[in-house]
Design a protein around this ligand. Sequence first.
Ligand code: AVI
Length: 327
Amino acid sequence: TYLVLDSIRNQTQDALKEQFAFDVLMGFSAPSKYLPSKYFYDAKGSKLFEQITGLEEYYPTRCEFEILSKVGSELAEFIQDKPFEIVELGAGDGCKTKVLLSKLLESTDAFSYIPIDISESAMADLIVSLKQSHPTLTTHGIVGDYFASIRHLENTSDNRKLVLLLGSNIGNFDFPSAKRFLHSIWKCLNHNDLLLIGFDLKKDIDVLTRAYNDKKGVTRAFNLNVLTRINNELDGEFDLNRFSHHGMYNPRHGAMESYLVSLEQQEVHIGALEKTFEFNPYEAIHLELSHKYLLSDMQKMANETGFNVLKNWQDSQGYFADGLWQV
Ligand code: AVI
């Protein structure tokens, strides 16, 4: 079973919809239009993201899988005190985490696993598949966003914790927000608690560009799904054929940026907002930032948010890194 965090449960569907409507209103009224990337992850978006993680061009998941398959036993050495909790923020389908859990279980079974994810359907699937793959593991899933995750960390027992923030999820925050988020994790943890955090590393720009512009068009569908959500949930009238997906690397910011670009002058009505928004030809909606890091950027981020870096692991291509940070 899994728990839908109170913060989500207490808000009626209507309130969530109102928040979505408000965020769309803010994003489309801004001088440069944008939408927050958390709206990618409804049931369909989470499935599309799972598909992305299996794409040939999308290397991060494969690289981190390689790292986690190697580090499991080493990681067990850092966790001497029993019992402990593994809390994963943004667990998704848990595919990479399962390999880590299996490796840890070879050394100890004195831990429970607490995956947290914004998508209720992804959580339901994860709990079912964990029952099959790891039947003896104590698991408590929680549905909630990152801020709910922080509240969970604040309110849990004094058990030793290992927090997982994998898949370069931290890359989707801008730097000030990433620092604030990591520092708030640090504040919730006790001395010696651990954070295993994944970073996508800076690399050849063509490799990056391909990863966010796959041939099968899954990333395109992932981005366009946000407009489908507005159509379905907010009574929007977007014609998806009138927007194109644009994923590009910004070397000044060291980040992949995704946009939907309006292919023509158009007006789009959104029923729930009782408002029509105008899109100029080639006007962009900014959807996502995906920062790429150097090992020195990771070190800096750890220092600035209170953590000590115990260890860094990289995949064999040097594309991705996981850092083990300690409070
Ligand atoms: C979830 N996150 C780390 C992914 C990334 O690479 O920034 C989301 C994604 N967007 C397009 N492809 C994958």
